[in-house]
Write a protein that binds this ligand. Structure first.
Ligand code: ADP
Ligand code: MG
Length: 704
């Protein structure tokens, strides 16, 4: 029998932080592979793999004391068991304790053995999140242990950290490895990367103590404070994380600035013709921002500029002017939007404006396939001047001849990485295209400083003249029929309306169904008027046909899902009803409402809600009634929901901090900036080490 060769484990070096995790005792190749899936390759990656939250198993609560939202441990005796199959198999186990109350445990995934063990009379120790159930309270999929006979349930001595983990790597195992790594933490002075004088100046306490505290809170630690992330140890780590993010974005920006970009001066002739043909004059804000962009474009360094402007402020025409500067200079332009509908709107606008100037606009979206796709790709590779599209623009096989400018709309939906990917399409040695980013979400200053530290920011802070503010009211769904009557009357006056269905279901299919139901209801109620339907499951051609019909006034009402959230522009539509508005965030409500109030007629927005309203929903609807100012709404949104939501980066993970929370920790940012400047200038080596430490592999993008 062949013996397996024994590979010597790598030794722990003088700098344990950068040693491979495989050097830790008891960490074999399989575990190394599992850890690698979490991005944990070196010992310091384990030090900085911070708990997501803590479990308090130091005590046992009575069922009577539980409140929905708590995570708690209870001990009880099984009173009844029921197996149900109504929608999907489930196991319901009712337990009771000395407090005389009952708690329901619900399982959707369980095996037979498990079901057979949970018999009435069995004593259980459970830990889980408490929720409201139809009757009383429940825990879904609690952790539980059977206690036999007279055993007294043992409780933990201190809070247990819960780490982000991955399939195949159990929480205990991960916590064990992290413990081994922590044993190698060097002395405080050696671990610190922020120079001592800066630590002293900003009152930063020991990083070593902070790390040990969050990984192993002492028995007397305050769970409430830790859960909120407000403990000084967490704040110390949050500071360092924010600092690192800031340094990495600044470095990225500096790296880009060192590259070359084509000088897009041009003759100005095409731009002059475009402006001449427009039925309106640019606002002062559009002119100013347009000039800022033009000044960037003539430089031999790549522009990295974010143009923010409220919904309807007229960003598209500013983008078109930038595009023409590139075309005049013989370069290509790519415009990328996050949804097909929005990309189509841009295509429509760009064709409308550019075709009369003799410029063809190419279209590349995921749905362009086969021969059509081949042809588009060939024209783009041969130097077609303007291409509009979705993510498809970033895919493999798309090559440009002379990409000079990349325009990204609604960039908060794309991650930094995606932006860089498109930029790299146009890379030609040291030369990269200029980049213009458009966003309708006004970004509060605190966020702009950290999330967009790699971009210059211009603001179109003025709406075109003649817009009347939208009057907004909130109405209970109980008065739905009155609302429909109002629409009927408004249609009679020649007005057009959107009816937006906003179920926040995960699937496009369910959203489409909800819209179909509303479409049937409204078609019946609005006899004599044509009601259209648009949702994400329709083919682009169908969507376009519906939009065209609505634009042309052939449809009085358009029932839509939130696909119309961005970019849709029908000035005659002056009434909007948003269903289930209580479930939407402010940014999304503001985007949706921005679809009306685009013409000179006074517009109305009805926020239909399903009572009873929670506190947060009540506040949001109040904000919507009080103001049309996107900037104030964004500030309020940040306050109510936190930056992940405001920037819409939940999905892209662009701002996924381990411990920092921009809303909670914004007060740290001024000091972060000061320390950041100093470190960039004076301590380049520590800066690199900080980025390696906190961002690790992801930092490679920072140097891309
Ligand atoms: P957004 O900034 O939300 O992308 P758009 O670029 O779609 O806004 O512009 C909204 C509408 O306003 C469009 O119909 C556009 O043609 C029109 N528009 C843009 N600039 C002006 C202006 N200076 N005066 C009047 N209308 C304008
Ligand atoms: Mg737009």
């Amino acid at each position: 029998m062949a013996t397996r060769p024994v590979r010597p484990a790598p030794a722990i070096g003088t700098d344990p932080g950068i040693t491979s995790v495989g050097a830790l005792p008891g960490v074999g190749p399989a575990l190394v592979a599992s850890l690698a899936r979490l991005g944990l390759e070196r010992v310091q990656d384990l030090w900085f793999h911070l708990p997501l939250r803590y479990e308090d198993k130091t005590r046992i609560s009575t069922i009577a004391d539980l409140r929905a939202g708590d995570r708690a441990q209870v001990e009880g005796v099984v009173e009844a068991v029921e197996r149900g199959f109504r929608y999907r198999p489930q196991l319901k186990v009712a337990i009771g304790d000395a407090s005389g109350q009952t708690l329901l445990l619900r399982f959707f995934h369980f095996n037979r053995a498990q079901a057979e063990q949970l018999l009435p009379g069995t004593r259980l120790l459970c830990y889980g999140e408490v929720r409201h159930a139809a009757q009383g309270l429940e825990m879904v999929h609690p952790n539980y242990r059977r206690l036999d006979g007279a055993t007294v349930a043992a409780v933990d001595e201190s809070l247990s950290p819960v780490y982000p983990t991955t399939e195949g790597l159990g929480p205990k195992r991960l916590a064990g490895v992290i413990g081994k790594a922590l044993a190698l933490l060097p002395p405080a002075a050696q671990l610190e990367l922020i120079p001592p004088e800066l630590c002293a100046k900003h009152g930063l306490t020991s990083l070593r103590d902070a790390l040990l505290y969050v990984h192993r809170p002492p028995p007397d630690a305050h769970l409430g404070q830790l859960m909120l992330g407000r403990h000084p140890a967490q704040q110390r780590l949050a500071f360092e994380e924010l600092l690192t993010q800031h340094l990495s974005l600044k470095r990225m920006r500096a790296a880009v600035r060192r590259r070359r970009a084509p000088e897009l001066g041009g003759t100005g002739e095409l731009r002059r013709l475009l402006l001449q043909g427009l039925p309106f004059r640019l606002t002062a804000a559009q002119q100013r921002v347009g000039e800022e962009v033009a000044r960037d474009l003539v430089r031999p360094q790549p522009m990295l500029r974010l143009v923010q402007g409220d919904v309807g402020s007229g960003k598209t025409v500013v983008a078109a002017l930038a595009a023409l500067a590139a075309v005049e200079s013989g370069h290509q332009v790519a415009l990328m939007a996050p949804t097909e509908l929005l990309a189509e709107q841009h295509l429509h606008n760009f064709r409308h404006w550019l075709q009369p100037l003799g410029i063809e606009v190419e279209w590349l979206a995921g749905k362009v396939t086969g021969k059509a796709r081949k042809q588009v790709l060939a024209r783009v590779a041969a130097g077609a001047p303007v291409v509009v599209g979705t993510h498809a623009l970033m895919q493999e096989g798309v090559a440009f001849a002379r990409l000079g400018l990349v325009i990204v709309d609604e960039q908060h939906r794309f991650g930094v990485q995606q932006r860089l990917a498109l930029r790299d399409k146009g890379r030609d040695g040291e030369r990269v295209p200029h980049q213009l980013v458009l966003t309708a979400t006004p970004i509060p200053r605190t966020l702009a400083m950290s999330a967009y530290a790699d971009l210059d920011v211009s603001s179109i802070d003025e709406l075109p003249p003649g817009r009347t503010p939208v009057q907004t009211i909130a109405i209970s769904n109980a008065r739905r029929s009155e609302v429909i009557e109002r629409i009927h009357a408004a249609c009679g006056e020649g007005r057009q309306a959107y009816w937006v269905c906003t179920l926040i279901e995960e699937s496009e299919q369910l959203r489409a169904q909800a819209a179909e139901v509303a479409h049937v209801e409204l078609s019946a109620a609005l006899a004599g008027f044509r009601v259209g339907l648009i949702h994400g499951r329709m083919k682009p051609k169908e969507k376009q046909a519906v939009m065209d019909a609505f634009k042309a006034g052939e449809l009085a009402v358009l029932v839509a899902t939130t696909v119309i959230e961005v970019g849709v522009d029908v000035p005659n539509a002056s009434l909007m009803v948003i269903e289930n508005s209580e479930r939407l965030g402010l940014a999304q409500l503001h985007q949706l409402r921005g679809r009306v109030g685009r013409g000179a007629v006074a517009s109305n927005c009805v926020l239909l809600y399903q009572p009873p309203l929670g506190q947060l929903a009540r506040e949001r609807l109040q904000v919507m009634r009080d103001t049309n100012d996107g900037f104030r709404i964004a500030e309020k949104d940040l306050e109510l929901r936190g930056p992940g939501e405001v920037l819409g980066t939940r999905q892209t993970g662009q701002l996924s901090f381990r411990i920092a929370d921009l809303a909670r920790d914004a007060h740290l940012l001024p000091a972060v900036q000061q320390v950041g400047e100093h470190m960039l200038a004076e301590h380049p080596r520590q800066t690199t080490q900080l980025i390696e430490r906190w961002i690790g592999g992801a930092a490679r993008y920072a140097h891309a």
